[in-house]
Design a protein around this ligand. Structure first.
Ligand code: SAH
Ligand code: SF4
Ligand code: F3S
Length: 437
């Protein structure tokens, strides 16, 4: 037997979808009578919302569990949630007996019930992917950040040969149109000024003959909502109507995160990506035609099995050709159960380190160039949080640049600024006027 928890903490790792799930679990536990533990305070229940994408992320889950042991030898109730929970199920408890509950991403609606079981001394594990939607069990949105996440799509049917997501998140599903629109309205009523639509393949969202473009056009009509973004998209689902929306929907921000992974067609094929460097570039050309000032972003994997210097050079060339405003790069990490993990010619770690560094440098050059080219532009910044100094606030430009502004505006305000000094990761903005509150 354990005592009934009064306070909880949810710690989320990995992608934005985990952040969203973490917020929803917190709301669910709140509705069940628990209170969020204050910063630095011990919680009676800790939910570790984990990520399985690379080995380091997955290992971190277990070291985090270990760190929950208190000095007096006691421990909180521990729920392992997220993609490590889904991937390892009951095995997770064998690796760490400190874990009381294992709950996969499609079973979060059962969390309160599982906590009650754990209090009675049971060790519940739920990694089912039921037809009933966890979303229906979550309470109404009552608190929102100026920029709020809203999951509209989950899962992946693409099966890139390196990736665990199709196994940890299951098949592609789209949430119903009406549920999404209602949740968006609740978020705006609760203070959201920007909504970021989320999905592992967000642009695969569909209902009947409507796609993400139609959904975005509907959200565009919500009064009080200033900005719409979406992430992460797959090149295969980048439809013409979505591209057109970038030229027509004013609230849709000029930013697109479209992962390519490699610039080598040989490697793209081995990865089971459905595009080539050329078809990817053709999509971006259309997007730029629709929205010339768009900021482009992407993801890259270096050191995929069999990657030669020539393949890697093709990646560097693609980076130069696109001129990304930002991009993320990762060392290939072999994941259990994925086809790439058993491919021949795995790349030596030192070579991966070296390539990652070269790719980082190249991306950084473009990122800095993009920010420098923004100097002098007059634009709007959505204030999100306080900066390090009194009077300094931090927000985002339409192109997702982090902008530091001296102003008495508060989070949720939109201010007009002239963009000034630029580093690779942030800019400063000098205030012109406050626009909307
Ligand atoms: N659905 C999205 C991305 C999901 S995972 C897409 O297809 O673009 C986020 C990023 O993690 C991927 O874009 C990829 O760059 C990286 N990633 C996924 N599996 C990986 C692995 N095994 N090793 C290294 N990076 C990986
Ligand atoms: Fe993973 Fe590929 Fe699906 Fe993205 S599209 S989640 S990289 S399998
Ligand atoms: Fe990680 Fe799962 Fe997201 S593996 S990246 S938390 S979908």
């Amino acid at each position: 037997m354990n005592s009934v928890p009064k306070t909880f903490r949810v710690k989320s790792f990995g992608c934005q979808m985990n952040v969203y799930d973490g917020e929803r679990m917190a709301e669910l536990l709140g509705a069940d009578g628990l209170t969020a533990a204050a910063d630095g305070e011990d919680a009676d229940l800790v939910v570790l919302n984990t990520c399985h994408i690379r080995e380091k992320a997955a290992e971190k889950a277990y070291s985090d569990v270990g760190r929950l042991r208190r000095e007096d030898g006691s421990k909180p109730l521990i729920a392992l949630a997220g993609c490590v929970a889904q991937a390892e199920g009951a095995e997770a408890r064998k690796r760490s007996p400190m874990i009381d509950m294992v709950v996969g991403p499609q079973a979060y609606h059962r969390l309160p019930e599982m906590v009650a079981d754990a209090v009675r001394g049971a060790r519940p594990v739920d990694t089912e992917m039921p037809a009933i939607s966890k979303f229906d069990a979550f309470p109404k949105r009552r608190r929102a950040n100026p920029s709020s996440f809203l999951t509209v799509q989950e899962g992946c049917d693409k099966f890139c040969t390196y990736c665990v997501v199709p196994y940890t998140r299951g098949a592609e599903i789209s949430r119903p149109w009406t549920d999404i629109v209602n949740e968006a309205c609740e978020l705006v009523e609760s203070g959201a000024r920007e909504i970021v639509l989320l999905g592992q393949n967000v642009n695969a969202w569909t209902e009947g003959d409507r796609g993400l473009a139609e959904l975005i056009r509907e959200l565009d009509r919500i009064d009080g909502l200033e900005r719409i973004r979406y992430t992460t998209s797959h090149p295969a689902d980048m439809t013409d109507s979505l591209i057109e929306a970038h030229g027509e929907v004013e609230k849709l921000m000029p930013y697109l995160h479209l992962p390519v992974q490699s610039g080598s067609n040989r490697i793209l094929k081995a990865m089971n990506r459905s595009h080539t460097a050329e078809t990817y570039l053709a999509i971006l050309a259309k997007v730029r035609e629709a929205r010339p000032d768009i900021a482009l972003s992407g993801d890259f994997i270096v050191g995929f099995p069999g990657e030669t210097e020539e393949d890697f050079t093709a990646t560097l060339n693609l980076v130069d050709e696109v001129g990304y405003a930002s991009a993320y790069s990762f060392k290939y990490s072999p994941r259990p159960g994925t086809p790439a993990a058993t491919m021949e010619d795995q790349i030596a770690p030192e070579l991966m380190d070296e390539r990652l560094q070269r790719l980082h440098d190249r991306i950084n050059t473009h990122q800095t160039a993009f920010n420098r080219a923004s100097i002098g532009k007059e634009t709007e910044v959505l204030i999100e949080r306080r900066g390090r100094y009194a009077g300094q606030m931090i927000g985002r430009s339409p192109w997702l640049q982090s902008v530091h502004v001296e102003t008495d505006a508060v989070p949720g305000d939109v201010v007009r600024v002239t963009l000034a000094a630029a580093g690779p990761n942030s800019m400063t903005g000098s205030l012109i006027t406050k626009v909307a509150a």
